[in-house]
Design a protein around this ligand. Structure first.
Ligand code: HSE
Length: 399
């Protein structure tokens, strides 16, 4: 019998307990033994909850109990999650987490501590909610040189952008709805300014390179400036607007999080609502896409429990994950080549044609002159666009 402790009985933690209990029979069949939740750590009591008897308030009860083999950390935040995870690993207990902030800040250290103590530290749920992308990066894609990752990695912003595109509703109304549905972070800025997606692409870029990519080094641009007129242009061109996190090999690895117009034929175009997707390009494999619910109680909990199952099947064995503490200096994302969508005042037409030469014009509003550039680096685009007066908006394009 494997005994599990769940740290934090919030949205994800209560989901983890539910998945372990409701799917106990299939999990038993696949692991070969029972997995039982022995403790739930939370500051609160849960009178009337069917698991209220499992709730403890002191982490040391879990740490000192030799029966507990696996700890699921679903608390969020760096402290005390870091301290609890470290102590559990040093006591030889496996730890899995949904906590992207902790993984991005301390992933390699926690992995190394797990290895030094004969256990594992897994974090499938930290990126893309229920999508099995971390395990795929560590196993199914281990033979590939990954040349590019493009991800819709934030459910809240994808939900907001999808609703704005389909229903023409305001950003504020949809944000409130997303928070009520439990998708948004406590601080919505982390979602809407692209920080949450930035942490997730930092983790994926670290696994892509085996070194540490820091979120602080990644340029992030959020969705707050996208408005209904942008969607009208996108619709006219068959494109969608998505918050995309990119990690791309180009004189090193460059990363950026920003809204992109996504072409009609790109697989990320139709990823809607709270769904996330990770589009991976390998040098031998070509393109592959991983798609699923990027946020929400049971989807995220399912990914945590996938780690529980993996660890339970491999007690005493090291699971594959190459992520060293050595910091990777990122390449300049402005060297990445792409097209750009521009909205400007109608008066700027002559200047635009002189500066950009060949463009694809998008005719929609009389008072605006909108177009898509040819392919160029972002440095070249910045130089050219600086010559144009009356620029209203620019959005990166991925065909
Ligand atoms: N706020 C996050 C999102 C939750 O919307 O994707 C999952 O990390």
């Amino acid at each position: 019998m494997i005994k599990v402790a769940v740290l934090g009985y919030g949205t994800v933690g209560s989901g983890v307990v539910q998945v372990l209990q409701d799917n106990a029979d299939v999990i038993r069949a696949r692991v070969g033994e029972d997995i039982e939740v022995k403790y739930i750590l939370d500051l609160r009591d849960f009178p009337g909850d069917k698991n209220e008897g499992l709730v403890v308030h002191d982490f040391n009860i879990i740490l000192d109990d030799p029966e507990v083999n696996i700890v699921c950390e679903t608390m969020g935040g760096v402290h005390p999650a870091y301290d609890f995870s470290m102590s559990a690993l040093k006591a030889g207990k496996c730890v899995c987490t949904s906590n992207k902030e902790l993984v991005e800040n301390h992933g390699p250290e926690l992995i190394a501590t797990a290895r030094a103590n004969g256990c594992n530290y897994l974090f499938e749920a930290a990126v893309g909610g229920g999508i099995p992308i971390i395990r795929a990066m560590n196993t199914s894609l281990a033979q590939e040189k990954i040349v590019k990752i493009m991800g819709i990695l934030n459910g809240t912003t994808n939900y907001i952008l999808t609703k704005m595109a389909k229903d023409g509703v305001s950003y504020e109304t949809v944000l409130k709805e997303a928070q009520e549905l439990g998708y948004a972070e406590r601080n919505p800025e982390a979602d809407v300014e692209g920080h949450d997606a930035g942490r997730k692409i930092a983790i994926l870029a670290s696994l892509m390179t085996g070194k540490t990519v820091k979120f602080a080094d990644i340029s992030t641009e959020g969705i707050t400036k996208i408005n209904n007129r942008d969607f009208e242009y996108a619709r006219k061109m068959g494109k969608s607007i998505k918050l995309i996190a990119v990690a791309e090999c180009h004189d090193g690895v460059a990363c950026i999080v920003a809204p992109f117009m996504i072409g009609a034929d790109h697989p990320l175009n139709g990823v809607n609502g709270v769904f996330n997707a990770v589009h991976v390009t390998g040098n031998m494999l070509g393109d592959a896409m991983f798609y699923g619910q990027g946020a929400g109680k049971l989807a995220t909990a399912s990914a945590v429990v996938a780690d529980v199952v993996d660890m339970a099947r491999n007690m005493g064995r090291e699971l594959p994950c190459v992520w060293d503490e050595e910091k990777l200096e990122l390449a300049d994302y402005k060297k990445l080549v792409k097209r750009f969508f521009v909205r400007a005042t109608v008066k700027s037409r002559g200047e635009v044609l002189n500066t950009f030469g060949s463009i694809d014009e998008v005719d929609l509003f009389d008072e605006e002159f909108a177009f898509i550039t040819s392919h160029m680096s972002e440095h070249d685009f910045d130089k050219k666009i600086a010559n144009i007066k009356g620029v209203i908006k620019t959005i990166r394009v991925e065909d």
